[in-house]
Write a protein that binds this ligand. Structure first.
Ligand code: FAD
Ligand code: SIN
Length: 550
Protein backbone atom coordinates (compact mmCIF):
# COMPACT_ATOMS: atom_id res chain seq x y z
CA UNK A 1 0.00 0.00 0.00
CA UNK A 2 1.07 3.55 -0.68
CA UNK A 3 -0.33 6.74 0.76
CA UNK A 4 0.55 10.38 1.32
CA UNK A 5 0.03 10.15 5.07
CA UNK A 6 0.21 7.09 7.30
CA UNK A 7 -1.21 7.72 10.75
CA UNK A 8 -0.73 5.04 13.38
CA UNK A 9 -3.59 5.30 15.88
CA UNK A 10 -7.24 6.32 15.88
CA UNK A 11 -7.56 8.30 19.10
CA UNK A 12 -8.06 12.07 19.33
CA UNK A 13 -4.54 12.78 17.99
CA UNK A 14 -4.66 10.45 14.98
CA UNK A 15 -8.22 11.27 13.95
CA UNK A 16 -8.03 15.03 14.31
CA UNK A 17 -4.76 15.07 12.38
CA UNK A 18 -6.15 12.74 9.69
CA UNK A 19 -9.12 15.05 9.14
CA UNK A 20 -6.81 18.03 8.71
CA UNK A 21 -4.21 16.31 6.48
CA UNK A 22 -6.86 14.94 4.11
CA UNK A 23 -6.79 18.46 2.65
CA UNK A 24 -3.40 17.63 1.09
CA UNK A 25 -3.72 13.99 0.06
CA UNK A 26 -4.64 10.44 0.91
CA UNK A 27 -4.63 9.33 4.52
CA UNK A 28 -4.42 5.79 5.88
CA UNK A 29 -5.14 5.47 9.59
CA UNK A 30 -4.19 2.09 11.01
CA UNK A 31 -5.40 0.98 14.39
CA UNK A 32 -4.61 -2.20 16.25
CA UNK A 33 -8.11 -3.12 17.44
CA UNK A 34 -11.57 -1.74 16.74
CA UNK A 35 -11.33 1.90 15.70
CA UNK A 36 -12.90 3.45 18.81
CA UNK A 37 -10.71 1.49 21.24
CA UNK A 38 -8.29 4.09 22.60
CA UNK A 39 -7.45 6.01 25.75
CA UNK A 40 -9.45 8.86 24.25
CA UNK A 41 -12.62 6.80 24.37
CA UNK A 42 -12.37 6.54 28.17
CA UNK A 43 -11.52 10.17 28.96
CA UNK A 44 -13.89 11.46 31.59
CA UNK A 45 -13.10 14.88 33.08
CA UNK A 46 -12.73 16.96 29.92
CA UNK A 47 -10.52 19.48 28.12
CA UNK A 48 -8.96 22.42 29.89
CA UNK A 49 -9.36 25.77 28.17
CA UNK A 50 -9.64 29.42 29.07
CA UNK A 51 -13.29 30.26 28.41
CA UNK A 52 -14.55 31.58 31.74
CA UNK A 53 -15.02 35.30 32.40
CA UNK A 54 -12.77 35.20 35.46
CA UNK A 55 -10.08 33.18 33.77
CA UNK A 56 -7.16 34.25 31.57
CA UNK A 57 -4.29 32.72 29.59
CA UNK A 58 -1.67 33.72 32.16
CA UNK A 59 -3.44 31.77 34.90
CA UNK A 60 -3.73 28.59 32.82
CA UNK A 61 -0.06 28.93 31.83
CA UNK A 62 0.94 29.49 35.48
CA UNK A 63 -1.04 26.45 36.69
CA UNK A 64 0.49 24.25 33.98
CA UNK A 65 4.03 25.41 34.71
CA UNK A 66 3.62 25.01 38.46
CA UNK A 67 2.28 21.51 38.04
CA UNK A 68 5.12 20.63 35.65
CA UNK A 69 7.68 21.32 38.43
CA UNK A 70 10.15 23.38 36.42
CA UNK A 71 10.47 21.11 33.41
CA UNK A 72 7.84 22.44 31.01
CA UNK A 73 8.75 24.04 27.71
CA UNK A 74 7.18 27.47 28.15
CA UNK A 75 6.64 27.97 24.43
CA UNK A 76 4.77 24.68 24.12
CA UNK A 77 2.63 25.53 27.16
CA UNK A 78 1.80 28.97 25.78
CA UNK A 79 0.85 27.39 22.48
CA UNK A 80 -1.70 24.95 23.90
CA UNK A 81 -3.16 27.53 26.26
CA UNK A 82 -3.50 30.35 23.72
CA UNK A 83 -4.80 28.11 20.94
CA UNK A 84 -7.05 26.16 23.31
CA UNK A 85 -10.30 28.11 22.90
CA UNK A 86 -10.08 27.95 19.09
CA UNK A 87 -9.62 24.17 19.28
CA UNK A 88 -12.70 23.85 21.48
CA UNK A 89 -14.72 25.88 18.94
CA UNK A 90 -13.42 23.62 16.17
CA UNK A 91 -14.59 20.53 18.05
CA UNK A 92 -17.96 22.19 18.59
CA UNK A 93 -18.22 22.98 14.90
CA UNK A 94 -17.48 19.35 14.05
CA UNK A 95 -20.48 18.42 16.18
CA UNK A 96 -19.11 17.55 19.64
CA UNK A 97 -21.86 18.12 22.20
CA UNK A 98 -20.24 19.56 25.31
CA UNK A 99 -22.34 20.06 28.43
CA UNK A 100 -23.93 23.50 28.77
CA UNK A 101 -25.35 25.37 31.74
CA UNK A 102 -28.93 26.64 32.10
CA UNK A 103 -28.03 29.74 30.03
CA UNK A 104 -26.64 27.68 27.16
CA UNK A 105 -23.00 28.55 27.94
CA UNK A 106 -20.36 25.84 28.09
CA UNK A 107 -20.31 24.44 31.61
CA UNK A 108 -16.81 24.65 33.06
CA UNK A 109 -15.72 22.08 35.63
CA UNK A 110 -12.78 22.12 38.04
CA UNK A 111 -9.92 19.65 38.53
CA UNK A 112 -6.77 19.39 40.67
CA UNK A 113 -4.10 22.08 40.20
CA UNK A 114 -6.43 24.46 38.29
CA UNK A 115 -6.95 27.85 39.90
CA UNK A 116 -10.19 28.46 37.93
CA UNK A 117 -13.07 26.49 36.51
CA UNK A 118 -11.98 25.70 32.95
CA UNK A 119 -12.77 22.08 32.13
CA UNK A 120 -15.05 21.74 29.10
CA UNK A 121 -16.76 18.34 29.26
CA UNK A 122 -19.53 16.12 27.99
CA UNK A 123 -20.94 14.95 31.32
CA UNK A 124 -18.41 12.30 32.47
CA UNK A 125 -18.02 10.75 29.02
CA UNK A 126 -16.04 13.49 27.27
CA UNK A 127 -13.69 11.17 25.38
CA UNK A 128 -16.46 8.96 24.05
CA UNK A 129 -18.28 11.97 22.66
CA UNK A 130 -15.14 13.34 20.96
CA UNK A 131 -14.22 9.92 19.55
CA UNK A 132 -17.78 9.46 18.24
CA UNK A 133 -17.71 12.71 16.31
CA UNK A 134 -14.15 12.37 14.94
CA UNK A 135 -14.79 8.80 13.76
CA UNK A 136 -18.03 9.86 12.10
CA UNK A 137 -16.29 12.72 10.28
CA UNK A 138 -13.44 10.44 9.20
CA UNK A 139 -15.90 7.83 7.89
CA UNK A 140 -17.52 10.47 5.67
CA UNK A 141 -14.19 11.67 4.28
CA UNK A 142 -13.32 9.95 0.97
CA UNK A 143 -9.61 10.70 1.39
CA UNK A 144 -9.40 8.78 4.68
CA UNK A 145 -9.19 5.02 4.98
CA UNK A 146 -9.25 3.46 8.45
CA UNK A 147 -7.77 -0.03 8.72
CA UNK A 148 -8.84 -1.81 11.89
CA UNK A 149 -6.84 -4.71 13.37
CA UNK A 150 -3.67 -3.45 11.71
CA UNK A 151 -0.76 -3.43 14.12
CA UNK A 152 2.32 -1.31 13.35
CA UNK A 153 5.30 -3.60 13.88
CA UNK A 154 8.23 -1.52 12.75
CA UNK A 155 8.87 1.79 11.00
CA UNK A 156 10.44 1.64 7.56
CA UNK A 157 13.87 3.25 7.65
CA UNK A 158 17.11 2.95 5.75
CA UNK A 159 17.61 -0.46 7.38
CA UNK A 160 14.73 -1.83 5.34
CA UNK A 161 16.07 -0.57 2.02
CA UNK A 162 17.97 -3.00 -0.14
CA UNK A 163 21.71 -2.35 0.47
CA UNK A 164 22.53 -1.44 -3.15
CA UNK A 165 20.09 1.51 -2.97
CA UNK A 166 20.95 2.77 0.51
CA UNK A 167 23.68 5.13 -0.70
CA UNK A 168 21.20 7.26 -2.63
CA UNK A 169 19.31 8.12 0.55
CA UNK A 170 20.69 11.50 1.53
CA UNK A 171 19.46 11.49 5.09
CA UNK A 172 19.73 8.07 6.66
CA UNK A 173 17.43 9.14 9.48
CA UNK A 174 14.32 9.13 7.28
CA UNK A 175 11.03 7.27 7.70
CA UNK A 176 9.20 5.73 4.74
CA UNK A 177 6.13 4.20 6.43
CA UNK A 178 5.67 1.01 8.42
CA UNK A 179 5.37 -2.76 8.38
CA UNK A 180 1.99 -3.68 9.80
CA UNK A 181 0.49 -6.97 10.89
CA UNK A 182 -3.00 -7.55 9.58
CA UNK A 183 -4.28 -9.38 12.64
CA UNK A 184 -7.24 -10.85 10.72
CA UNK A 185 -5.14 -12.53 8.01
CA UNK A 186 -1.88 -12.92 9.94
CA UNK A 187 -0.03 -11.35 6.99
CA UNK A 188 2.51 -8.56 7.31
CA UNK A 189 1.81 -5.65 4.95
CA UNK A 190 4.14 -2.87 3.92
CA UNK A 191 2.58 0.60 3.95
CA UNK A 192 4.78 3.21 2.24
CA UNK A 193 4.05 6.84 3.03
CA UNK A 194 5.45 10.28 2.37
CA UNK A 195 4.85 11.25 5.96
CA UNK A 196 4.28 8.95 8.94
CA UNK A 197 2.68 10.04 12.19
CA UNK A 198 2.85 8.04 15.40
CA UNK A 199 -0.32 8.64 17.43
CA UNK A 200 -0.41 5.42 19.43
CA UNK A 201 -1.30 6.82 22.85
CA UNK A 202 0.05 5.71 26.21
CA UNK A 203 1.80 2.91 28.07
CA UNK A 204 -0.32 2.34 31.20
CA UNK A 205 -0.38 -1.41 30.59
CA UNK A 206 3.26 -1.63 31.61
CA UNK A 207 1.87 -1.47 35.18
CA UNK A 208 -0.46 -3.87 36.98
CA UNK A 209 -3.05 -1.28 38.02
CA UNK A 210 -3.90 1.13 35.22
CA UNK A 211 -6.77 3.24 33.97
CA UNK A 212 -5.61 2.57 30.40
CA UNK A 213 -7.33 0.01 28.19
CA UNK A 214 -5.52 -3.11 26.95
CA UNK A 215 -4.30 -1.32 23.78
CA UNK A 216 -2.00 0.96 25.80
CA UNK A 217 1.12 -1.19 25.61
CA UNK A 218 3.49 1.63 24.68
CA UNK A 219 3.93 0.46 21.08
CA UNK A 220 4.68 3.91 19.64
CA UNK A 221 7.44 4.62 22.18
CA UNK A 222 9.10 1.30 21.30
CA UNK A 223 8.58 1.74 17.53
CA UNK A 224 10.24 5.14 17.65
CA UNK A 225 13.05 3.94 19.90
CA UNK A 226 13.95 1.09 17.57
CA UNK A 227 13.92 3.43 14.58
CA UNK A 228 16.35 5.85 16.24
CA UNK A 229 14.04 8.47 17.76
CA UNK A 230 14.99 10.45 20.81
CA UNK A 231 12.72 9.96 23.81
CA UNK A 232 12.54 12.32 26.75
CA UNK A 233 11.09 12.55 30.26
CA UNK A 234 10.19 8.86 30.28
CA UNK A 235 10.67 8.67 34.05
CA UNK A 236 7.53 10.75 34.59
CA UNK A 237 4.63 8.30 34.66
CA UNK A 238 1.52 9.85 36.13
CA UNK A 239 -0.54 7.86 38.62
CA UNK A 240 -4.16 8.95 38.91
CA UNK A 241 -5.02 9.16 42.61
CA UNK A 242 -8.58 7.89 42.47
CA UNK A 243 -9.45 4.66 40.71
CA UNK A 244 -12.03 2.22 42.00
CA UNK A 245 -10.38 -0.39 44.21
CA UNK A 246 -10.47 -3.79 42.57
CA UNK A 247 -9.29 -6.95 44.31
CA UNK A 248 -8.56 -9.20 41.37
CA UNK A 249 -6.22 -7.90 38.67
CA UNK A 250 -5.51 -9.89 35.54
CA UNK A 251 -2.88 -9.50 32.88
CA UNK A 252 -4.60 -6.72 30.91
CA UNK A 253 -7.12 -5.31 33.37
CA UNK A 254 -8.27 -1.70 33.03
CA UNK A 255 -9.34 -0.33 36.41
CA UNK A 256 -12.27 2.07 36.53
CA UNK A 257 -11.45 5.75 36.94
CA UNK A 258 -13.29 8.02 39.37
CA UNK A 259 -12.73 11.33 37.63
CA UNK A 260 -10.93 14.17 39.34
CA UNK A 261 -13.99 16.19 38.37
CA UNK A 262 -15.80 14.37 41.19
CA UNK A 263 -13.34 15.95 43.63
CA UNK A 264 -13.80 19.19 41.68
CA UNK A 265 -17.50 18.94 42.49
CA UNK A 266 -16.80 18.57 46.20
CA UNK A 267 -15.89 14.93 46.96
CA UNK A 268 -13.31 14.53 49.74
CA UNK A 269 -10.61 11.94 50.39
CA UNK A 270 -10.87 10.19 53.74
CA UNK A 271 -9.11 7.31 55.47
CA UNK A 272 -10.76 4.05 56.51
CA UNK A 273 -12.00 5.68 59.73
CA UNK A 274 -13.77 8.36 57.73
CA UNK A 275 -11.19 11.06 58.68
CA UNK A 276 -9.81 13.59 56.17
CA UNK A 277 -6.05 13.43 55.68
CA UNK A 278 -5.11 15.59 52.68
CA UNK A 279 -4.60 18.75 54.82
CA UNK A 280 -1.44 17.06 56.16
CA UNK A 281 0.06 17.07 52.67
CA UNK A 282 -1.10 20.21 50.82
CA UNK A 283 -3.18 23.29 51.48
CA UNK A 284 -5.25 22.52 48.37
CA UNK A 285 -6.26 19.26 50.10
CA UNK A 286 -8.15 16.83 47.83
CA UNK A 287 -7.67 19.17 44.87
CA UNK A 288 -3.88 19.38 44.97
CA UNK A 289 -2.03 18.32 41.78
CA UNK A 290 -2.03 14.60 41.07
CA UNK A 291 1.53 13.75 42.05
CA UNK A 292 0.91 15.16 45.53
CA UNK A 293 -2.46 13.45 46.02
CA UNK A 294 -1.26 10.07 44.68
CA UNK A 295 1.82 10.19 46.94
CA UNK A 296 -0.29 11.19 49.93
CA UNK A 297 -2.60 8.21 49.39
CA UNK A 298 0.38 5.91 48.89
CA UNK A 299 1.89 7.15 52.13
CA UNK A 300 -1.40 6.72 54.06
CA UNK A 301 -1.76 3.17 52.74
CA UNK A 302 1.82 2.28 53.67
CA UNK A 303 1.36 3.82 57.14
CA UNK A 304 -1.93 2.08 57.93
CA UNK A 305 -1.50 -1.15 55.97
CA UNK A 306 -4.94 -0.59 54.40
CA UNK A 307 -5.69 -1.62 50.81
CA UNK A 308 -7.53 1.59 49.87
CA UNK A 309 -8.68 4.99 51.07
CA UNK A 310 -12.15 6.43 50.56
CA UNK A 311 -13.50 9.13 48.34
CA UNK A 312 -16.61 10.59 49.91
CA UNK A 313 -18.89 11.75 47.08
CA UNK A 314 -22.06 11.57 49.18
CA UNK A 315 -21.63 15.30 49.88
CA UNK A 316 -22.43 16.02 46.20
CA UNK A 317 -25.91 14.55 46.55
CA UNK A 318 -27.81 11.96 44.53
CA UNK A 319 -29.41 14.37 42.08
CA UNK A 320 -26.17 16.05 41.02
CA UNK A 321 -24.27 12.77 40.90
CA UNK A 322 -26.84 11.24 38.58
CA UNK A 323 -26.95 14.34 36.40
CA UNK A 324 -23.29 15.27 36.20
CA UNK A 325 -21.61 11.88 36.59
CA UNK A 326 -24.11 9.41 35.13
CA UNK A 327 -21.47 6.95 33.94
CA UNK A 328 -19.50 6.86 37.20
CA UNK A 329 -22.74 6.60 39.19
CA UNK A 330 -24.01 3.72 37.04
CA UNK A 331 -20.71 1.84 36.78
CA UNK A 332 -20.36 1.87 40.56
CA UNK A 333 -23.99 0.84 40.97
CA UNK A 334 -23.37 -2.09 38.60
CA UNK A 335 -20.68 -3.18 41.03
CA UNK A 336 -23.09 -2.93 43.97
CA UNK A 337 -21.98 0.52 45.22
CA UNK A 338 -24.40 3.45 45.50
CA UNK A 339 -22.00 6.40 45.62
CA UNK A 340 -24.72 8.78 46.78
CA UNK A 341 -24.95 6.76 50.00
CA UNK A 342 -21.58 5.05 50.48
CA UNK A 343 -18.00 6.19 50.20
CA UNK A 344 -15.95 4.90 47.25
CA UNK A 345 -12.87 2.74 47.95
CA UNK A 346 -10.06 4.15 45.78
CA UNK A 347 -6.38 3.55 45.01
CA UNK A 348 -3.92 5.26 42.64
CA UNK A 349 -3.20 3.62 39.26
CA UNK A 350 -0.89 4.29 36.31
CA UNK A 351 -2.64 6.75 34.05
CA UNK A 352 -0.50 8.83 31.71
CA UNK A 353 2.98 9.10 30.24
CA UNK A 354 4.36 12.64 30.44
CA UNK A 355 7.44 11.54 28.50
CA UNK A 356 7.57 10.29 24.96
CA UNK A 357 9.06 10.71 21.52
CA UNK A 358 10.76 14.08 21.63
CA UNK A 359 9.19 16.48 19.14
CA UNK A 360 9.63 20.15 18.37
CA UNK A 361 6.88 22.76 18.31
CA UNK A 362 5.84 21.46 14.86
CA UNK A 363 5.46 17.88 16.13
CA UNK A 364 8.55 16.66 14.26
CA UNK A 365 10.75 13.91 15.70
CA UNK A 366 14.48 13.82 14.99
CA UNK A 367 13.73 11.46 12.06
CA UNK A 368 12.84 13.03 8.72
CA UNK A 369 9.18 12.68 7.71
CA UNK A 370 8.27 11.17 11.07
CA UNK A 371 5.97 13.05 13.46
CA UNK A 372 4.45 12.14 16.81
CA UNK A 373 1.20 13.47 18.26
CA UNK A 374 -0.85 12.95 21.41
CA UNK A 375 0.22 11.04 24.48
CA UNK A 376 3.15 9.30 22.75
CA UNK A 377 4.78 12.66 21.98
CA UNK A 378 6.92 14.73 24.35
CA UNK A 379 6.17 18.30 23.34
CA UNK A 380 7.38 19.77 26.62
CA UNK A 381 3.86 20.77 27.70
CA UNK A 382 3.65 18.55 30.77
CA UNK A 383 7.16 18.69 32.22
CA UNK A 384 7.47 16.53 35.31
CA UNK A 385 3.72 16.27 35.93
CA UNK A 386 0.72 16.87 33.69
CA UNK A 387 -2.02 19.24 34.77
CA UNK A 388 -5.44 17.56 34.62
CA UNK A 389 -7.28 17.73 31.27
CA UNK A 390 -4.30 19.20 29.42
CA UNK A 391 -3.79 15.99 27.44
CA UNK A 392 -6.77 16.10 25.10
CA UNK A 393 -5.98 19.78 24.63
CA UNK A 394 -2.35 19.08 23.73
CA UNK A 395 -3.45 16.42 21.20
CA UNK A 396 -5.83 18.72 19.30
CA UNK A 397 -3.59 21.78 19.36
CA UNK A 398 -0.48 19.86 18.25
CA UNK A 399 -2.38 18.07 15.49
CA UNK A 400 -2.92 21.56 14.13
CA UNK A 401 0.76 22.43 14.54
CA UNK A 402 1.72 19.37 12.47
CA UNK A 403 -0.86 20.26 9.83
CA UNK A 404 0.49 23.83 9.62
CA UNK A 405 4.08 22.64 9.40
CA UNK A 406 3.28 20.25 6.52
CA UNK A 407 1.23 22.94 4.78
CA UNK A 408 4.15 25.36 4.99
CA UNK A 409 6.60 22.75 3.77
CA UNK A 410 4.44 22.01 0.73
CA UNK A 411 4.15 25.73 0.03
CA UNK A 412 7.93 26.13 0.19
CA UNK A 413 8.36 23.20 -2.22
CA UNK A 414 5.84 24.65 -4.69
CA UNK A 415 3.35 21.97 -3.83
CA UNK A 416 5.68 19.09 -4.53
CA UNK A 417 4.41 16.58 -2.02
CA UNK A 418 6.94 13.89 -2.81
CA UNK A 419 9.32 14.09 0.08
CA UNK A 420 11.50 11.07 -0.41
CA UNK A 421 14.82 11.38 -2.14
CA UNK A 422 14.20 8.37 -4.32
CA UNK A 423 11.28 7.97 -6.69
CA UNK A 424 9.22 4.81 -6.30
CA UNK A 425 10.92 4.10 -3.01
CA UNK A 426 8.53 1.20 -2.36
CA UNK A 427 10.39 -0.92 -4.92
CA UNK A 428 13.59 -0.70 -2.93
CA UNK A 429 12.15 -1.67 0.42
CA UNK A 430 12.38 -5.30 1.53
CA UNK A 431 9.19 -7.24 1.93
CA UNK A 432 8.73 -8.67 5.42
CA UNK A 433 10.58 -11.92 5.81
CA UNK A 434 9.49 -14.80 8.01
CA UNK A 435 12.61 -16.79 7.26
CA UNK A 436 13.84 -18.77 10.25
CA UNK A 437 10.69 -18.21 12.32
CA UNK A 438 8.04 -20.68 13.43
CA UNK A 439 4.73 -20.53 15.23
CA UNK A 440 5.18 -20.17 18.96
CA UNK A 441 4.65 -23.21 21.09
CA UNK A 442 5.31 -21.46 24.34
CA UNK A 443 2.36 -19.07 24.69
CA UNK A 444 2.42 -19.49 28.41
CA UNK A 445 5.75 -17.65 28.38
CA UNK A 446 4.11 -14.57 26.92
CA UNK A 447 1.34 -14.52 29.51
CA UNK A 448 3.75 -15.00 32.39
CA UNK A 449 6.26 -12.52 31.05
CA UNK A 450 3.58 -9.83 30.68
CA UNK A 451 2.51 -10.26 34.29
CA UNK A 452 6.08 -10.35 35.49
CA UNK A 453 6.94 -7.06 33.75
CA UNK A 454 3.87 -5.40 35.27
CA UNK A 455 4.67 -6.71 38.75
CA UNK A 456 8.27 -5.54 38.57
CA UNK A 457 7.23 -2.08 37.35
CA UNK A 458 4.50 -1.73 39.99
CA UNK A 459 6.68 -2.96 42.87
CA UNK A 460 9.89 -1.10 42.05
CA UNK A 461 9.17 1.71 39.58
CA UNK A 462 5.88 3.10 40.90
CA UNK A 463 4.91 6.20 42.86
CA UNK A 464 7.83 5.99 45.31
CA UNK A 465 11.21 4.86 43.98
CA UNK A 466 14.78 4.38 45.19
CA UNK A 467 18.11 3.62 43.53
CA UNK A 468 18.06 0.17 45.12
CA UNK A 469 14.58 -0.63 43.75
CA UNK A 470 15.43 0.70 40.29
CA UNK A 471 18.60 -1.38 40.11
CA UNK A 472 16.66 -4.47 41.13
CA UNK A 473 14.05 -3.76 38.46
CA UNK A 474 16.66 -3.12 35.79
CA UNK A 475 18.45 -6.44 36.41
CA UNK A 476 15.20 -8.36 35.98
CA UNK A 477 13.89 -6.39 33.02
CA UNK A 478 17.23 -6.64 31.19
CA UNK A 479 17.18 -10.40 31.50
CA UNK A 480 13.60 -10.59 30.24
CA UNK A 481 14.40 -8.22 27.38
CA UNK A 482 17.16 -10.56 26.17
CA UNK A 483 14.96 -13.63 26.54
CA UNK A 484 12.06 -11.97 24.70
CA UNK A 485 14.37 -10.86 21.89
CA UNK A 486 15.65 -14.39 21.47
CA UNK A 487 12.05 -15.72 21.44
CA UNK A 488 10.97 -12.98 18.99
CA UNK A 489 13.79 -13.74 16.54
CA UNK A 490 12.64 -17.34 16.08
CA UNK A 491 8.86 -16.81 16.24
CA UNK A 492 6.25 -15.68 13.70
CA UNK A 493 4.86 -12.30 14.72
CA UNK A 494 1.53 -12.08 16.54
CA UNK A 495 -0.15 -9.23 18.40
CA UNK A 496 0.61 -10.79 21.80
CA UNK A 497 4.26 -11.24 21.02
CA UNK A 498 4.64 -7.76 19.55
CA UNK A 499 2.99 -6.21 22.59
CA UNK A 500 5.22 -8.16 24.94
CA UNK A 501 8.30 -6.99 23.07
CA UNK A 502 7.11 -3.39 23.25
CA UNK A 503 6.18 -3.61 26.94
CA UNK A 504 9.62 -4.86 27.93
CA UNK A 505 11.30 -2.18 25.79
CA UNK A 506 9.23 0.58 27.36
CA UNK A 507 9.83 -0.78 30.88
CA UNK A 508 13.55 -0.72 30.15
CA UNK A 509 13.44 2.88 28.91
CA UNK A 510 11.43 4.07 31.93
CA UNK A 511 13.85 2.45 34.38
CA UNK A 512 16.97 3.71 32.62
CA UNK A 513 15.54 7.25 32.48
CA UNK A 514 14.50 7.08 36.15
CA UNK A 515 18.02 6.03 37.12
CA UNK A 516 19.46 9.05 35.38
CA UNK A 517 17.32 11.53 37.29
CA UNK A 518 19.05 11.84 40.63
CA UNK A 519 16.50 14.07 42.32
CA UNK A 520 12.86 14.02 43.34
CA UNK A 521 10.78 16.08 40.96
CA UNK A 522 7.11 16.00 40.04
CA UNK A 523 6.05 12.43 39.44
CA UNK A 524 9.54 11.03 39.98
CA UNK A 525 9.90 10.63 43.75
CA UNK A 526 13.13 9.04 45.01
CA UNK A 527 13.62 7.96 48.62
CA UNK A 528 17.36 8.62 48.22
CA UNK A 529 16.70 12.23 47.22
CA UNK A 530 13.54 13.01 49.17
CA UNK A 531 13.82 16.72 49.83
CA UNK A 532 13.87 19.14 46.98
CA UNK A 533 15.90 21.78 48.80
CA UNK A 534 18.54 19.23 49.83
CA UNK A 535 19.78 18.84 46.34
CA UNK A 536 21.15 20.92 43.60
CA UNK A 537 18.39 21.02 40.98
CA UNK A 538 19.48 20.13 37.50
CA UNK A 539 16.64 21.56 35.50
CA UNK A 540 17.24 19.54 32.42
CA UNK A 541 15.26 17.13 30.38
CA UNK A 542 16.67 13.64 30.30
CA UNK A 543 16.93 12.43 26.76
CA UNK A 544 17.08 8.73 26.25
CA UNK A 545 19.99 8.07 23.94
CA UNK A 546 18.91 6.99 20.54
CA UNK A 547 20.37 3.93 18.94
CA UNK A 548 22.58 4.09 15.89
CA UNK A 549 21.27 3.04 12.52
CA UNK A 550 23.57 0.82 10.54
P1 FAD B 1 -5.25 7.10 22.19
O1 FAD B 1 -6.55 7.77 22.34
O2 FAD B 1 -4.85 6.16 23.24
O3 FAD B 1 -5.21 6.39 20.79
C1 FAD B 1 -4.14 5.54 20.46
C2 FAD B 1 -4.51 4.75 19.23
O4 FAD B 1 -3.36 4.08 18.73
C3 FAD B 1 -5.55 3.67 19.47
O5 FAD B 1 -6.43 3.69 18.39
C4 FAD B 1 -4.73 2.39 19.46
O6 FAD B 1 -5.44 1.26 19.07
C5 FAD B 1 -3.68 2.74 18.43
N1 FAD B 1 -2.45 1.95 18.51
C6 FAD B 1 -1.63 1.79 19.56
N2 FAD B 1 -0.59 1.02 19.22
C7 FAD B 1 -0.75 0.68 17.92
C8 FAD B 1 -0.02 -0.11 17.01
N3 FAD B 1 1.11 -0.74 17.35
N4 FAD B 1 -0.49 -0.24 15.75
C9 FAD B 1 -1.65 0.35 15.37
N5 FAD B 1 -2.38 1.12 16.21
C10 FAD B 1 -1.93 1.27 17.47
N6 FAD B 1 -7.02 13.47 29.36
C11 FAD B 1 -7.62 14.67 29.40
O7 FAD B 1 -7.10 15.66 28.90
N7 FAD B 1 -8.85 14.79 29.99
C12 FAD B 1 -9.50 13.74 30.55
O8 FAD B 1 -10.60 13.88 31.04
C13 FAD B 1 -8.86 12.47 30.54
N8 FAD B 1 -9.45 11.39 31.11
C14 FAD B 1 -8.86 10.17 30.98
C15 FAD B 1 -9.49 9.05 31.51
C16 FAD B 1 -8.96 7.79 31.31
C17 FAD B 1 -9.66 6.58 31.86
C18 FAD B 1 -7.75 7.64 30.59
C19 FAD B 1 -7.15 6.29 30.36
C20 FAD B 1 -7.08 8.76 30.12
C21 FAD B 1 -7.63 10.02 30.31
N9 FAD B 1 -6.99 11.16 29.81
C22 FAD B 1 -7.61 12.38 29.89
C23 FAD B 1 -5.79 11.06 29.00
C24 FAD B 1 -6.20 11.12 27.52
O9 FAD B 1 -7.40 10.43 27.35
C25 FAD B 1 -5.16 10.49 26.63
O10 FAD B 1 -3.90 10.97 26.93
C26 FAD B 1 -5.49 10.83 25.17
O11 FAD B 1 -6.79 10.41 24.87
C27 FAD B 1 -4.50 10.19 24.25
O12 FAD B 1 -4.94 10.35 22.94
P2 FAD B 1 -4.08 9.75 21.75
O13 FAD B 1 -4.82 10.02 20.52
O14 FAD B 1 -2.69 10.19 21.89
O15 FAD B 1 -4.04 8.17 22.06
C1 SIN C 1 -10.08 12.64 35.12
O1 SIN C 1 -11.22 12.78 34.67
O2 SIN C 1 -9.82 12.65 36.32
C2 SIN C 1 -8.96 12.46 34.16
C3 SIN C 1 -8.53 13.76 33.68
C4 SIN C 1 -7.17 13.69 33.06
O3 SIN C 1 -6.52 12.64 33.05
O4 SIN C 1 -6.72 14.74 32.60
Amino acid sequence: MKTDFLIIGSGIAGLSLGLRLSEFGTVIIITKKKKAESNTNYAQGGIASVLGKEDNFDLHIKDTLECGAGLCNVKAVETIVREGPESIYELLSLGVKFTRDENGNLKLGREGGHSKNRIVHAKDLTGKEIERVLLYKASKNPKIKILEYHFAIELLTVRNIKPEFRKVIKNKYTCFGAYTLNAKTGKVEKIVANKTIIATGGLGQVYLHTTNPAIATGDGFALGYRAGCELANMEFVQFHPTTLYQKEIEEDTQVFLISEAVRGAGAILKNKNGKEFMHKYDKRKSLAPRDIVARAIDSELKRTGDNFVYLDATVIGEERLKKEFPNIYQQCLNRGLDISKSMIPVVPAAHYSCGGLKVNIEGKTNIKNLYACGEVAMTGVHGANRLASNSLLEAVVFSKKIYESIRNEYKRNNNNKQNTEVKNIEKFIFNWSEKGTANAEEWILIKHNKLEIKEIMSDYVGIVRSTYRLKRALRRIKMMKDEIKEFYDRTKVSVDLLELRNLVTVAYIIIKSAMKRKESRGLHYMLDYPKRDDINFKKDTIIFKRIKLQ
